[in-house]
Structure formats: structure tokens, C-alpha cells
Design a protein around this ligand. Structure first.
Ligand SMILES: NC(=O)c1ccc[n+]([C@@H]2O[C@H](COP(=O)([O-])OP(=O)(O)OC[C@H]3O[C@@H](n4cnc5c(N)ncnc54)[C@H](OP(=O)(O)O)[C@@H]3O)[C@@H](O)[C@H]2O)c1
Length: 303
């Protein structure tokens, strides 16, 4: 029995209605592509919005869905809206949705780093169901990792609809909101750490005489294979590492050098710092909306 079978009769988007994506940037475009490719929602039911007219035309051409700056007239027919702008732009976007005649039952899914469901609900000022999600960029290749949680007016069915959206671009798990800043720091920002580690290992390969492109391929495929072994086997990484660590061999030598460089505490400190920053991103939306809903303070958004 599929984990969605209880509510799988509920379509992700109701018949005759649409799905809107506000913010056709990196994540907005990725999600639209994933929704279309996975067949979760057809291109003919999707529309998107962005701030800059030339960015809209470019996105519309590549995505094959309408992308406009002036999306107000589309809002009343939307059954689901994905908010994919930077956290600092949230107050303006949520006010404009409310003023454009947002239906009371339209599901809003926010992917904003650091912005709580409470905060989104209070900026919106309506009782719409809200789901908060934290995806990551490997969604671009269908290998994203997303967690979702429900706001105060969202039901299990709303959460289930959100999960089906993000499963179109990878894995998705429900999680208590209290963990969201930690998740933002671990899997939201995680691809950045992995890219740095891969770059460093490829440089290491160059140091010992390998051509750069070959070194990068070896490193990336090794990372992919090791990740798949952890996920597929369900074994602890330490046990898998022991399997490849022969007595007096190369691997134990390399591992001890990594431990000498305090790799564990460096990684833990990195995630700790990113968690603190995620919490501050949410606070930035408060300051902006207190000052002025139309104030466009620097985007301050990614993570
Ligand atoms: N990138 C990631 O790895 C990642 C992962 C998880 C979650 N997130 C979250 O996802 C959100 C978007 O991130 P992103 O990397 O996709 O950012 P992005 O590439 O900058 O995309 C945001 C888009 O929204 C547009 N926008 C701004 N104000 C708007 C408005 N009022 N109406 C319509 N569109 C508007 C922006 O236009 P301008 O550029 O012209 O301002 C930009 O094209 C952020 O909140 C971030 O915290 C990102």
C-alpha cells in the first residue's frame, strides 16, 4: 500500500483549477520542471510569476508555462500556490496574494528558509492552509531532499498534497517544524558543503598527478556510490567505512589524516553556524514588514 493511499484520491490540484509559483528563480523553475516531468501536475495547469519582465519571458520560454509580473488575475483560480521568493520578499508577495482575491481554501506552500508557518500566517492575515517546505537544489536532477510541516490550518490532506509535489523532484519527509532551521543548515545548505568537499578532493587528485577532469569524475561518482550504499543498505556509515579499511592499508592512513584535521568538528561547527543564520533569516522578514511592506531590502535570501 502506498504511503499516500489514504488521501491519494485528493488531487494535488483540483479539476479546473491551477497551481501558481511565485518567484521563477532557481527553486521555482526547478519545481515547475519536476512537476511537469513527473506528471504530478500538467503544464497546462501551471503558471508562474517573477519580478522582472525579461526574466519572465526567458522563464516562460524554457518552462513552457505562462510567467508574468502581473499575476493578480490568476490568483482566484489557484488551488495551490508555491511561494519561492527570497525571505525578504515574502511580506510583499503575501500581501499581494491576499489583495488579489486569494480563495480561503487555496493551499500555500512556502519554501522560504527560516520563515515559520506562524510568520507566514500572520503576514498573510487569512486562515488559508499553509505548509512549510525545505527542499534543496539536487531537486534539479530529481534527487532533492525536502522536509515538510503543516501550519495551524493545514490538515493531513494538505501535507500529503505537498509531499506529492516534492516527491516529483526527489525524496520528501514530514517533520516537526522545530527542526526546520537545523534541516535548512544540513540538507538545504548541504549541497554547498558537498560541492566544496568534492572540489577539495578533486584538487587532492590533481596534487597526486591525476588530470583534473578525471579526478572530478572519480570523486563525484564515488560520492554518488557511497551515498547510495548508505541509503540502500541502511547500515551505519561507520560500519561501511570499516569494511573498506584494511589493516595497515591506504584508507586507514587517509582517514587518520582527516581526523588529525578535525574534520568531524569542522563539519559540526559549519552546520551549527548555518542553523543560527537560518533562524536570523526569519527575523529579517519581521524587520522588513515592520518598516514597510513595500521596502525592498536586499534579497538576503538564499542559504
Ligand atoms: N537555492 C536553494 O538552494 C534553496 C533551497 C531551499 C530553499 N530555498 C529558498 O527558496 C527561495 C528562493 O530561492 P532561490 O534560490 O530560488 O532564489 P532566486 O533564484 O533569487 O529566486 C527568487 C525569484 O523570485 C523573484 N521575486 C522577487 N520578488 C518577487 C515578487 N514580488 N513577485 C514575483 N517574483 C519575485 C526574484 O526576482 P529578482 O531576482 O528580480 O528579485 C527571483 O527571480 C528562498 O526563500 C530560499 O530560502 C532555496
Amino acid at each position: 500500500m502506498s504511503k499516500h493511499s489514504l488521501s491519494s484520491n485528493t488531487p494535488v490540484v483540483a479539476d479546473g483549477m491551477t497551481l501558481g509559483v511565485i518567484g521563477a528563480g532557481v527553486m521555482g523553475q526547478t519545481l515547475i520542471r519536476g512537476l511537469i516531468a513527473s506528471g504530478v501536475v500538467g503544464a497546462d495547469r501551471i503558471w508562474a510569476a517573477d519580478k522582472n519582465p525579461s526574466a519572465c519571458s526567458k522563464a516562460a520560454e524554457t518552462l513552457g508555462v505562462p510567467v508574468e509580473t502581473d499575476y493578480g488575475r490568476r490568483v482566484p483560480a489557484a488551488d495551490l500556490i508555491l511561494i519561492c521568493v527570497k525571505p525578504a520578499d515574502a511580506p510583499v508577495v503575501l500581501a499581494s496574494l491576499r489583495n488579489a482575491g486569494l480563495r480561503r481554501d487555496t493551499l500555500l506552500i512556502s519554501i522560504l528558509a527560516g520563515v515559520s508557518t506562524d510568520r507566514i500566517e500572520s503576514l498573510l492575515g487569512t486562515e488559508n492552509p499553509v505548509v512549510r517546505a525545505m527542499p534543496n537544489t539536487p531537486a534539479i536532477v530529481g534527487e532533492g531532499m525536502t522536509v515538510v510541516c503543516a501550519g495551524s490550518s493545514a490538515s493531513k490532506i494538505h501535507l500529503d498534497r505537498a509531499e506529492r509535489i516534492f516527491e516529483g523532484v526527489g525524496k520528501c519527509l514530514p517533520l516537526d517544524e522545530v527542526h526546520f532551521n537545523a534541516v535548512t543548515a544540513l540538507s538545504g545548505s548541504g549541497p554547498g558543503y558537498q560541492f566544496l568537499i568534492m572540489e577539495a578532493l578533486a584538487d587532492a587528485g590533481v596534487r597526486v598527478g591525476l588530470p583534473r577532469q578525471l579526478a572530478l569524475t572519480l570523486v563525484a561518482q564515488t560520492a554518488l556510490g557511497a551515498a547510495k550504499m548508505v541509503l540502500d543498505s541502511g547500515r551505519h556509515p561507520a560500519a561501511l567505512r570499516d569494511d573498506v579499511t584494511t589493516p595497515a592499508g591506504c584508507t586507514i592512513g587517509g582517514l587518520l589524516m582527516l581526523e588529525d584535521g578535525r574534520i568531524r568538528s569542522v563539519l559540526a561547527r559549519a552546520v551549527e553556524e548555518a542553523t543560527k543564520i537560518a533562524a536570523q533569516l526569519g527575523a529579517s522578514t519581521s524587520k522588513i514588514s515592520e518598516n514597510s511592506a513595500s521596502h525592498r531590502a536586499g534579497s538576503g535570501g538564499g542559504h
